[in-house]
Write a protein that binds this ligand. Structure first.
Ligand code: ADP
Ligand code: MG
Length: 352
């Protein structure tokens, strides 16, 4: 009862502010310190600079309530982070730097001002480390469900952009982070655990870590830019649908096949413990879970060791070799301790 009244009062606050009042209020922190000659939020278009010798890279991602997230199961602040972070991950995958963002949001009844403030706080949490600036967007009411669309514009030195089409047979397939934590986190979330203390069942530390990996994925921007600058790094992409789905994108675009060693997928001890306790397969989750948002790169074999050593020195984490690019005719093959095997599940596909 008390809670309901508060929500009514808050959506009253949003209604009193109106569309333009709301935009003015949310825009304030994003207008501070814009360079001269640049227009951010407030005009018909944002006005952005051109940089000589750089190419523009542009990406967009949509998040739809009950399709990509369950509003009751993700804190607003985490959703604000994630909406931006998944787009930054695409910029990282090209080897670029993120510069500008546009945010369009369809707000359903029942979302209050506090929720939106938390969303924008999470957005800023993700924006600050990368230096990406919010330059505009659109705000509208939604008849049912929250809709969020983000555009990120980045820059990459001309010729440094890393494409999915550049893999060659013999390349080492490598990943920049652990796989499966996010997919494991999603299993925990769907099973009904909540991050908030005192609600739902008690969440242990391992599960809280997996949920965090799912709700607050870290885009590997520094890793991406660094890898793009190394001779010998060929194709690159981010792991968003699970390596099982994503490696197929590289295979199609490059006209190659791939061998993946399932026992070499970097699985965290937390994922292993949670999987054992909850009775799911950690390796399957690592291969097909999705939303890890680390990077997958193919690296010329003769350069791999040197690049892996330099990567570990620079980032304090390994660049993990998980397989080899093969000729197209060999297709996608999985191995477990050297023996051919197959996956029970497949990477994510919205239409399957
Ligand atoms: P127009 O009708 O000309 O498209 P709007 O009235 O929709 O402009 O928006 C006014 C300004 O506020 C524009 O600069 C737009 O980019 C910005 N804006 C609107 N909604 C958002 C949002 N959710 N996030 C960031 N900027 C926004
Ligand atoms: Mg508009």
């Amino acid at each position: 009862m008390g809670k309901l009244k508060k929500a009514e009062k808050d959506s009253g606050r949003l209604a009193r502010l109106g569309e333009f009042g709301f935009i003015d209020r949310m825009a304030r922190p994003f207008l501070k310190g814009l360079p001269k000659g640049i227009e951010g939020i407030g005009d018909d278009c944002a006005v952005l600079p051109r940089i000589k010798g750089e190419r523009l890279i542009v990406t967009t991602d949509m998040l739809i309530e009950d399709r990509h997230f369950i509003r009751k199961r993700i804190p607003a602040r985490d959703l604000g982070w994630k909406a931006l972070a998944v787009n930054l991950s695409d910029i990282a995958a090209m080897g670029g730097r993120a510069k500008w963002a546009l945010l369009s949001i369809g707000i359903p009844a029942g979302i209050d001002l506090d929720w939106l403030d938390a969303f924008f706080a999470g957005w800023r949490d993700a924006a600050v480390p990368s230096g990406v600036r919010l330059a505009g967007g659109d705000t509208t009411k939604s008849p049912a469900g929250l809709v969020i669309n983000v555009v990120v514009i980045g820059m990459v030195r001309a010729g440094r952009e890393k494409l999915r089409s550049a893999a060659r047979p013999g390349d080492v397939i490598a990943v920049t982070g652990r796989l499966g934590d996010s997919g494991g986190g999603l299993k925990v979330i769907l099973a009904g655990a909540s991050r908030k203390r005192g609600t739902g069942e008690k969440v242990c530390r391992d599960e809280a870590r997996l949920i965090r990996a799912h709700n607050r994925p870290r885009p590997h921007l520094e890793e991406g830019e660094w890898l793009a600058g190394r001779a010998g790094v060929r194709a690159m992409m981010d792991v968003s649908d699970g390596i099982d789905s994503d490696i197929r994108r590289i295979m199609e675009r490059s006209g190659v096949g791939a061998d993946i060693d399932l026992d070499r997928l970097p699985v965290s001890p937390e994922l292993e413990r949670v999987a054992r306790r909850r009775g799911f397969d950690a390796i399957e989750t690592a291969a097909a879970g999705g939303e890890d948002y680390c990077l997958l790169a193919t690296v010329e074999r003769k350069s791999f060791d040197k690049i892996a050593v330099a990567f570990a020195r620079k980032f304090g984490r390994p660049l993990r070799a998980v397989g080899t690019i093969r000729p197209r005719s060999s297709g996608l093959r999985y191995f477990l301790r050297g023996k051919r095997t197959s996956l029970k599940s497949r990477g994510f596909d919205h239409f399957r």
